[in-house]
Design a protein around this ligand. Structure first.
Ligand code: PAF
Length: 282
């Protein structure tokens, strides 16, 4: 394990990356909001395998949280994160504060239309505007060859692919498969909010998604199967279900029955924690 250099200013990030570039090295970027777990480390490992240098970022981005969401309570553990990134052989950490990313007078936002009108675009108004803006900034600040995002946040991944393509950013956006616990629960920084009994119940989400995906693959009409999955989540202790939806994975638009490239998406609340997950169908 080597010491992990940390920079907090965009100018220092650029200066460090310029040194990598001068040596002819390729650069992979792993944007995160910290509270790192094995899912994030899988992004670093993939970036490490495909690039000479890996730059991680930690920034809890206020503009992607709604007014009733968990910004102030969002888990923060920079010392633990630094140790994890150093252990994963990351080359540089960019961990700016809010005024570095949103200085006085900041007045630009990036809006992705179409795919943001479904799923979390409805359940979390404004969320993807915040994500698109901060990710655009991080990509332009670091100009990596590739940037890595988890498939657990599948809609986010598609939003980022869309903005990079539409804004002609010279970067490859790489999606990395979801890392799961032994019982199937997708790793998420928010899992640490779960009480032991909620944690047990939470495993129902991937289990129901896997079963529902199998049923959908051979069904003509998705609606009753999706309704049954929602009812099972509510019976199993989830307090609220934002959606269980079968969608086209490119457009995120809901579809009536499974077809090539369809994916099942769910968001549900257990206690005060909101969990999301998705599953390929067919
Ligand atoms: O997935 C996340 O951790 C965040 O949404 C991201 C992509 C780092 C933007 O803040």
């Amino acid at each position: 394990m080597t010491d992990l250099p940390i920079v907090r200013r965009v100018a220092d990030l650029r200066a460090r990356i310029a040194v990598f570039r001068k040596a002819g090295h390729t650069v992979g970027l792993v944007p995160t909001m910290g509270a790192l777990h094995e899912g994030h480390l899988a992004l670093v490992q993939r970036a490490k395998a495909e690039n000479d240098r890996v730059v991680a970022t930690i920034f809890v981005n206020p503009t992607q949280f709604g007014p009733t969401e968990d910004l102030s309570a969002y888990p923060r553990d920079e010392a633990g994160d630094v140790a994890r990134l150093a252990g994963a052989d990351c080359d540089l950490l960019f961990a700016p504060d809010v005024t570095e990313m949103y200085p006085r007078g900041f007045s630009t936002s990036v809006t992705v239309s179409g795919i943001t009108t479904h799923l979390d675009g409805v359940a979390r108004p404004g969320h993807f505007g915040g994500v698109a803006t901060i990710v655009s900034k991080l990509l332009l600040q670091s100009l990596p060859d590739r940037a890595y995002f988890g498939e657990k946040d599948f809609q986010q991944l598609q939003v980022i692919r869309c903005l990079a393509r539409d804004l002609d950013m010279p970067v490859e956006i790489v999606g990395v498969p979801t890392v799961r616990e032994a019982d199937g629960l997708a790793l998420s920084s928010r899992n640490r909010y779960l009480s032991p009994s909620e944690r047990k119940q939470a495993a129902m989400l991937p289990q129901i998604l896997a079963e529902t995906a199998r049923q959908l693959a051979s069904a003509d009409d998705a609606a009753p199967i999706l309704a049954a999955a929602t009812a099972r989540l509510l019976q199993g202790g989830f307090a609220r279900v934002d959606y269980v939806a079968l969608c086209d994975e490119a457009t995120l638009a809901p579809i009536a029955s499974a077809q090539k490239g369809s994916r099942l998406f769910a968001a549900a609340h257990i206690g005060r924690t909101r969990l999301i997950d998705n599953w390929p169908v067919a």
